[in-house]
Design a protein around this ligand. Sequence first.
Ligand code: AOF
Ligand code: ZN
Length: 388
Amino acid sequence: MSADKSEHVWFMRRALELARGVWGTTHPNPMVGALVVESGEIVAEGATAPDGGPHAEKAALAALGRAPRPGAVLYVTMEPCCTEGRTGACTESILAAGISKVVIGATDPNPAHAGRGFEVLRERGVEVVTGVLERECADLNLIFNHWVTTGGPLIAAKVASTLDGKLACRTGESRWITNEASRADVHRWRRLFPAIAVGAMTVLKDNPRLTVRLPGVPEWCPWRFVFDGLLRTVVDKNPPHVFTDAFRDRTIVVTTPHGGLGYVRKLREAGIKVWIFESSNQRVPIADFRRRCAEERIPGVFIEGGAQLISELIRARQLDYLFAYHAPVILADEKAKSILTGMRPERLEQGIRLADVRHDMFEGDLLMRGRVVYPEKMLIDESVFAVR
Ligand code: AOF
Ligand code: ZN
């Protein structure tokens, strides 16, 4: 690697750290980090403010508080925007500041930008270096990248299983398969996603709080979706945390007219939101849910279970992204429940694959995550999805 390249990588790592510092706070805007370097030293840093606020480049230039010295270099994890937007084009701020060299991580997939920012700067005489730590910089904004190219939310799911893909012993015991470090990582992803979702059975069985509990930060609550086509979670005795805790106004129950209007009223009276979707059966039509999230500007949903809900999403080709944690434990029991079911592929090419795969290790556990890619033909075992 040339000296120049390794220096770029070093500064870009710092810019990535700055972007990660605003983890989950900029939706639906991306997280971007920027810094100004003069004579090999960082003199100012910035990151994207919450949506509608200043972008990272502007924040870094403002933090400098004076004109950059001749030869100053701006590092930024994503292509500077070149359209007016709500905050004014960053390319214009860069030019106005007299920056003569910009080093960039990822291209902004926003169709209004998509590389035009590079051209705008180059046409005006700025030296532009692109693609530094590109994969990391792009991966950071997996929610934004999906939102800005499809207009809808990234629907992601998390599964945690044994090495042989089991989510519990035959007795049902499942606490805990993955280790503490893996479970702490899940909280990090919860903090990234603006919404979490679970199925009714998970609420009834596990009674999860679905809040983010990370050391050193106050408890935080994303939107909490409960998928419950029949409103089975509305119970008088020991109602679940998500309906009673201090964050209950962050809970949205997603249901169908089969749930019963009395229960809907009861939920709404308790301050809980309810989204009702037409459905010929008790199942919530996921494509309609996706559209509603788009309308409500919720750019990402993190589904934490259960296995039935995630399997249904896959069957409907509605799962966009999967986080699969694996623990180095083998149950080797056919009667132990598998994490995903309902498919009957006869050929390997009918398998569901992950793309843009990333791996992380947590003290022996392994996280494999990636975009879900569906085969042309999926053979489905309808008996698994039969409405009971
Ligand atoms: C940057 N730096 O830090 C971010 C960028 O409506 P606005 O003005 O906030 O513009 C939003 C668009 O700007 C967003 O869709 C994305 O393409 C880009 N975000 N660009 O140069 C940043 N957050
Ligand atoms: Zn910008």
